[in-house]
Design a protein around this ligand. Structure first.
Ligand SMILES: [Zn+2]
Length: 322
C-alpha cells in the first residue's frame, strides 16, 4: 500500500503537479519564514568582513588608490555548457585577446599605468601571445581567475581543490606565482576561502562588503587575506554585454556609464578610499568604450591626487600601513 502511495506521489511530482501536503521544486518553501538569529549568523559568519584596512594615506601622499582590473575570460566564459559554447558566443570571447587587449595595453602603457589582468589558467595556453604582450610592458600584474572560469559552487571540495592545484601548476609552468585571486563571476563556495589560504594567496578581489580594503573573516578568525572589494556598478559586463540570445543586458550609452564611474571615483577621492574598476577586454575593447575609459583616466589625472597600483601593490601598501 505504501509503495502504491509513493508511486502515485512520484508520478504526480514528475508531472509537475502539486501534491497536497508536499512541496515541489516549483513551490519550494522559503527557509527565511522560520529563520532564527543564530541560524542567520551561522550562515553569514562563514565568510564575513572584519576590520577595515583603509590606510591613513596612499603612496606619495595621494588621496585615492586606483586599480584598473581586466578579466581576460575569452572563450571560457561562454563554455559553461555545450549549449552556450556556440561559435557565435565563442567569437564574442575571442574579441578580447584578438582585438581588445592590444587597445587596452596601448592606452595603459602610453600613460605608464600599472593594471591587473585576471586570467583563467587555461588562457595561458589558449592565448600565449596575448599573455606575452601583457607581460612585456613589465607594468602589469597577472592574477588568478580559476582553472577555466569554473563555477566553484557546482564543485565538490575535492574537485575545487583539484582545479586550483591544476590551475596554479599551469601558472607555475610559465613562471607565474599569482598572489591575488578573483573567482569567476565573484562566486565563492563553502571551500574557496580555505583553499585560498592553503595555496598561499594574500589578496582577493571578489567580494563587496565595503568599498575600502578589509580583512576577510572565517568565523571568528581572520583568514589572513585582504579583500580589495569590487562592485557590479563598477563592472563593464552588466552595462554592455548582451547575452548569447541577444540583449538581456546592454548595450548602454558609454556616457551614462562614464557618469556613474566618475561619480564613484569622485566619492572615493573625497573619502581617501579605493577605486577598483572591473573590465573585460571583450567588452571594454570596443572603440566607444575604450574612448570612455580614456576620458575617465583624463578625469582621474586631472584630479591630481590618484595613485595607480596593481592589486598586489595596493594590498601590500594596505598591509604595511596597519
Ligand atoms: Zn571572469
Amino acid at each position: 500500500m505504501t509503495q502504491v502511495l509513493l508511486a502515485v506521489i512520484l508520478a504526480a511530482c514528475s508531472a509537475g503537479e502539486r501534491v497536497p501536503g508536499r512541496t515541489t521544486s516549483k513551490h519550494r518553501r522559503d527557509p527565511r519564514a522560520t529563520l532564527s538569529v543564530p541560524d542567520a549568523l551561522q550562515i553569514i559568519n562563514r565568510i564575513h568582513p572584519g576590520r577595515s584596512m583603509v590606510p591613513v594615506s596612499w603612496p606619495g601622499g595621494k588621496g585615492v588608490a586606483v586599480a584598473l582590473t581586466f578579466d581576460l575570460d575569452a572563450e571560457l566564459v561562454w563554455m559553461r555548457s555545450p549549449e552556450k559554447a556556440t561559435p557565435s558566443n565563442l567569437s564574442q570571447g575571442q574579441f578580447g585577446p584578438r582585438a581588445g587587449v592590444g587597445r587596452i595595453l596601448r592606452l595603459l602603457d602610453a600613460r605608464k599605468i600599472p593594471a591587473t589582468f585576471f586570467l583563467p589558467a587555461l588562457t595561458l595556453e589558449l592565448h600565449p601571445d596575448t599573455v606575452v604582450a601583457i607581460r612585456q610592458s613589465g607594468l602589469h600584474e597577472i592574477g588568478y581567475h580559476g582553472h577555466a572560469h569554473e563555477d566553484v559552487r557546482t564543485l565538490s571540495a575535492g574537485d575545487e581543490r583539484g582545479a586550483m592545484a591544476r590551475g596554479l601548476a599551469m601558472f607555475a609552468k610559465v613562471g607565474l606565482r599569482p598572489r591575488v585571486h578573483r573567482s569567476a563571476a565573484w562566486n565563492f563556495s563553502e571551500n574557496t576561502l580555505g583553499l585560498l589560504r592553503e595555496f598561499g594567496f594574500l589578496f582577493d578581489s571578489s567580494l563587496m562588503a565595503d568599498d575600502r580594503p578589509y580583512e576577510i573573516m572565517s568565523g571568528a578568525s581572520p583568514a589572513g587575506i585582504v579583500e580589495l572589494p569590487v562592485d557590479w556598478s563598477l563592472d563593464d559586463w552588466p552595462y554592455f554585454q548582451a547575452d548569447g540570445a541577444g540583449a538581456s543586458m546592454g548595450p548602454r550609452n558609454p556616457d551614462d556609464v562614464l557618469a556613474i564611474w566618475r561619480g564613484e571615483f569622485d566619492g572615493e577621492r573625497a573619502a581617501g578610499g579605493l577605486f577598483v574598476l572591473t573590465m573585460h577586454p571583450q567588452v571594454i575593447g570596443r572603440w566607444g568604450r575604450i574612448r570612455m575609459l580614456e576620458r575617465l583616466l583624463d578625469h582621474i589625472d586631472h584630479s591630481g591626487g590618484a595613485w595607480y597600483g596593481s592589486l598586489s601593490q595596493i594590498g601590500e601598501h594596505v598591509k604595511t600601513a596597519q
